[in-house]
Design a protein around this ligand. Structure first.
Ligand code: MSP
Length: 646
């Protein structure tokens, strides 16, 4: 056990160019559960979350909305605050990287590292995606040196940059990790990080001149600090590194970071190297969790399968959502989200196991003992003995961030308690007056089992725990209770409260039917044209000449973000056509495609290029902007080029 009992836990700070989704909800929920758990174990806890508000992606997102970056981050960061509220997160601080306290800390750290020679000026050269305005590491380049995000060709670029002397501290970090085998968890990530470190780490570019939206480098304002350098510093900013040494020394030696597996190199390599350079001690633990897919597929905006925590919570309730996230998948592994699985958990674990234990117990206390929790001389039972083991196992699991194990253990206990009812058959005891004491014993044990179970689930389901205690006639908040002071038997003498169904069973068949109907409705809504064009005659339609064509060349138009210059082959001639489909295809994807071309449109000049026709595409538009787009292609690609479409 750590002495003194302090626990400082952090989520990654979330990029505000995205809307909150299940991935963000996951880390915040996990951190919240561990923070709540530690508080109930007597720890002084600090829980930090926040938003990452600088950098290229955010500048671009703001531009796309026609806002200044500041306006944009001020508006969007609020959705992440709302997410915290939605999730009932018990965070003690919410940091924004655009706050003054953070900017000052980043600049002070940058200046200190320059002064001690650990940041120096050099030239950065790398593969750059001009339209996305971002460098792409060689390890993540797409085929033929293309951008992994947009698929477009990359260009070699060079710019002046400040470098952090990361390489200097690598041996020290390897040594630390060799001595602290749990500093990076789970084991698979530890191994990954060790082999990465052993393969060598280059000095890191930590400034940009190509971008404005960032923290200015102190003394050299044409550079802004690289967004990851800036972002990682948030953990020390919030702890008072710059101006509150007492606070910093109180919390920092107890810091743990929770992150997704995609950002471990930043957290387990770059950040610790920065800390070593600064002479600050390294995080006690960094835990990397896995990623959620949705119904077996990667979550993405284009697939329209992003799980919106606001919607999910509205439909199924917060605590079931929190429970599902932490119970469904061993923490550290990847998991698959499906509403059906969530409904399954609600029915089996919450409505059935937990709900039944509560209903049956309260019902019997009410019927057989007038609502008064009985007392008895001997309280020791199979359940009481099991309860001590459960407390120990839950503690072990929580210390390893094994939320699923902790919950499984609690549910085994709930299951055992339900079985205890069947075995002891209180309804039979109630009929026999000589069994009065035995009945008291059974009812008290069941009551205690519920009192403890509610307390044990409080870190994951704080509201449900409170509702159970209220029904048990306890007015306190279980989240404020201390595990170590729980004493089996102390529940006797209480009067139980009013019963209510904790979680009603969801009728799966009716649920499936209503989902299907909703889907159909949505499809109809989407396909219903909002505005119809005026009617035309078949003769009017025949005036539009459409023919099968093949794309033979595809080039960027430097002045345009949306257009490609295409060469299309109609069999009898080749033409140049400009098409606004750049956001949806790479040049390689387009070359060779068989498409339908409107051939008798008046030529028009677009961004200096004459366009002689229009390629047909179907698209879904929002606010006039295409969100999804697909080309119309003839099913039989062997149909001769130039064939007329009618
Ligand atoms: N801003 C950086 C973190 C800087 S911390 C100094 C960042 N932000 S993020 O918003 O893109 O991601 C935040 C977290 O969400 C990451 O830990 C990431 O792993 C997690 N997730 C994003 N999508 C996810 C899933 N589909 N599933 C689970 N978590 C995922 O990275």
């Amino acid at each position: 056990m750590e002495n003194p009992k302090r626990f400082y836990i952090t989520t990654p700070i979330y990029y505000v160019n995205d809307i909150p989704h299940i991935g963000h909800a996951y880390t915040t929920t996990a951190c919240d559960a561990i923070a709540r758990y530690k508080r109930m174990k007597g720890y002084d806890v600090r829980f930090l979350t926040g938003t990452d508000e600088h950098g290229q992606k955010i500048q671009a997102a703001a531009e796309a909305k026609g806002e200044t970056p500041q306006q944009f981050v001020d508006r969007i960061h609020q959705t992440f605050r709302d997410l915290c509220k939605l999730l009932n997160a018990s965070n003690d601080d919410f940091i924004r990287t655009t706050e003054e306290r953070h900017i000052k800390t980043v600049q002070a750290i940058f200046a200190k590292l320059i002064e001690q020679g650990d940041i120096y000026k050099g030239t950065y050269s790398g593969y750059y995606c001009i339209p996305d305005e971002t460098y792409v590491p060689e390890s993540s380049m797409g085929p033929n040196k293309t951008c992994p995000d947009c698929g477009r060709p990359l260009t070699v670029m060079e710019e002046e940059s400040y470098f952090f002397r990361a390489s200097k501290y690598v041996p020290q970090l390897i040594d630390y990790y060799e001595k602290n085998l749990k500093a990076v968890m789970p084991k698979i990530r530890y191994n990954e990080i060790m082999s990465f470190l052993r393969s060598g780490v280059r000095d890191q570019s930590v400034s940009r001149t190509s971008l404005k939206w960032g923290i200015p480098v102190p003394g050299d304002e044409k550079h802004v600090v690289y967004v990851w350098f800036d972002a990682l510093v948030n953990y020390v900013t919030s702890a008072g590194y710059l101006d509150d040494p007492e606070k910093f020394n109180y919390w920092w030696p107890h810091v743990r970071h929770m992150v997704g597996k995609d950002i471990i190199r930043f957290h387990c390599v770059i950040w610790p190297l920065m800390l070593l350079a600064l002479g600050i001690n390294l995080p006690v633990e960094i835990f990397a969790h896995g990623w959620w897919t949705v119904d077996g597929e990667k979550m993405s905006k284009s697939k329209h399968n992003v799980v919106d925590p606001f919607k999910t919570v509205k439909e199924y309730g917060l605590d079931p959502f929190r429970y599902f996230l932490l119970r469904e998948v061993p923490f550290g592994n990847d998991g698959d989200f499906s509403e059906l699985a969530l409904v399954g958990r609600i029915n089996s674990d919450l409505a059935n196991d937990l709900g039944n234990l509560l209903n049956r117990t309260l019902q019997m206390i009410r019927s057989y003992r007038g609502g008064l929790v009985p007392s008895c001389s001997e309280t020791k039972s199979e359940l009481s003995e099991l309860s001590s083991k459960v407390l120990e196992r839950v503690d072990e699991a929580m210390n390893d961030y094994a939320f699923d194990e902790a919950l499984k253990t609690i549910w085994e206990f709930i299951g055992r308690s339900n079985k205890f009812i069947d075995e002891t058959a209180p309804w039979k005891l109630a009929k026999d007056e000589s069994q009065g004491e035995r009945l008291d014993f059974v009812l008290l044990n069941l009551y205690e089992s519920l009192r403890l179970s509610a307390m044990l689930i409080a870190p994951v389901m704080p509201d449900t725990a409170k509702r159970i205690w209220t029904q048990l006639g306890i007015n306190d908040d279980p989240s404020k209770a201390q595990y170590d002071s729980f004493k089996w038997g102390e529940g006797s003498g209480r009067t139980i409260g009013t019963s209510e169904v904790l979680y009603p069973r969801i009728d799966i068949e009716a649920w499936k039917k209503s989902k299907e109907e909703k889907k159909l409705q949505e499809e109809q809504n989407n396909s219903a044209p909002v505005e119809h064009e005026a009617e035309i005659s078949i003769d009017d339609f025949r005036t539009v000449e459409m023919r099968v064509a093949r794309i033979t060349k595809c080039e960027e138009i430097p002045k345009s973000k949306k257009l490609y210059k295409l060469e299309v082959d109609l069999g009898y001639e080749k033409r140049t056509v400009c098409s606004g489909i750049k956001a949806f295809f790479s040049t390689e994807e387009l070359i060779g495609k068989t498409v339908i071309l409107v051939t008798n449109l008046k030529p028009v000049k677009l961004c200096g290029v004459e366009s002689n026709g229009m390629i047909l595409a179907a698209s879904v538009k929002k606010d006039g902007v295409s969100e999804q787009l697909t080309l119309v292609e003839p099913e039989d690609k062997t149909i001769p080029l130039g064939s007329r479409v009618s």
